[in-house]
Design a protein around this ligand. Structure first.
Ligand SMILES: CC(C)(COP(=O)(O)OP(=O)(O)OC[C@H]1O[C@@H](n2cnc3c(N)ncnc32)[C@H](O)[C@@H]1OP(=O)(O)O)[C@@H](O)C(=O)NCCC(=O)NCCS
Length: 328
């Protein structure tokens, strides 16, 4: 087996295609039903990071054929690793070798914690546990199949809000003149949910939006605006990807506490789905990791037709301990 580092920004298209084929092979084996990734924008998706982030990418090859990949994202305080191995090359130490590369890089870069996020029920859980990764968080993915949506009812929800609010849709993200009010709304509810990306200052928010666009991801935003003051009373964000246009990601939904109880959460999410139906013609479903136990968001999601799909597990391990175990 031969391991080589590669750079998604400069690699030939054949490397990107090898990564994509392996990823889709993994999806077919471990997560049937998951939309396969298309080639559109893959280079930008992989190569562009936030200004303060770095990444490392490795291939494991047999006879010139890619049989495993590892991707490492170096964030401020930790590294996040993903390892995938072709189903017909498993249990031969390919992932272990790739993990060792990622651990070496994380170690050299001064990160002391390595994280991994995996779909429950896949071999990845046993793999990370074998190297001492500890479960730190369990999230429930929920899916809304658009084929099950009652669009007439949704239209009613979208228009039924307390008087004094208007619901506005912004394809591509909030406009520049709303960035301050938008960041303020996010800040007010900071701590309510694990928000992603954590973009509370207008600057950070502008960077996040620019990064999303540069990666070929399209944010769609619906805001509830308090008409008298112009304040953002609530917002919901969905991100569509050219890589898998059939499935969009629900990001944050927040209603500022002073404006809760007026039906804004349901109205914003309903309006979002109505807009997405036209804006993203290939869209089949929307996924969210917002907790179904989080009242009142759970009620809103259930009313819209989101159903629990599968669990995702977040793991963490100490980099020095991993380095010792892997003989680095
Ligand atoms: C997890 C994965 C990367 C492991 O790849 P691999 O090359 O087979 O792993 P290795 O051979 O290096 O295994 C190293 C050790 O991990 C553990 N391990 C790996 N796969 C395991 C499995 N299916 N069951 C139990 N233990 C496992 C074992 O301890 C193994 O050592 P051993 O074979 O000497 O017992 C591979 O199964 C994969 O790509 N899975 C899908 C990834 C995924 O998470 N998909 C969902 C998206 S997040």
């Amino acid at each position: 087996m031969h391991v080589r580092e590669w750079n998604p920004a400069t690699a030939p298209g054949s490397d990107l295609e090898a990564w994509r084929l392996l990823y889709n092979e993994m999806l077919a084996a471990d997560m049937p039903g998951e939309p396969h990734w298309r080639a559109d924008n893959l280079r930008a998706y992989m190569a562009v990071t936030m200004p303060d982030e770095n990444r490392g990418d490795w291939f494991a090859e047999y006879d010139g054929r890619v049989v495993g990949v590892a991707d490492l994202l170096l964030l401020d305080d930790l590294g996040v690793v993903e390892v995938y191995v072709s189903p017909d090359h498993r249990r031969r130490g390919v992932a272990r070798t790739l993990l060792a590369e990622a651990v070496r890089r994380a170690h050299e870069s001064g990160r002391t914690v390595l994280g991994a996020e995996v779909a429950a029920g896949t071999p990845a859980t046993a793999f990370y546990q074998a190297y001492g990764f500890q479960l730190t968080c369990v999230e429930q993915r929920n899916l809304l199949d658009l084929a099950t949506v009652d669009w007439g009812r949704l239209r009613e929800h979208a228009t039924r809000t307390g008087s004094g609010y208007r619901i506005e849709y912004f394809p591509g993200g909030p406009p520049a003149e709303l960035l301050n009010a938008y960041a303020t709304a996010k800040q007010v509810v900071q701590g309510d949910w694990e928000l992603h990306p954590s973009s509370y200052s207008p600057d950070r928010l502008a960077h996040s939006l620019a990064t999303l666009h540069a990666r070929g991801l399209t944010p769609h935003v619906v805001c509830a605006v308090h008409s008298r003051t112009g304040a953002i009373a609530g917002l919901t964000e969905v991100v569509a990807s050219a890589l898998h246009p059939e499935r969009a990601d629900q990001y944050d939904t927040v209603v500022v506490p002073a404006h809760r109880g007026y039906g804004l959460g349901l109205a914003m999410k309903a309006r979002m789905l109505l807009e997405l139906r036209d804006a993203v013609p290939d869209l089949r479903d929307v996924q969210t990791w917002q907790s179904m136990e989080n009242e009142p968001m759970a009620r809103v999601n259930a009313e819209l037709g989101f159903v629990a799909d599968r669990e995702w597990h977040e793991y963490e391990a100490s980099v020095p301990a991993l380095a010792a175990q892997l003989g680095i």
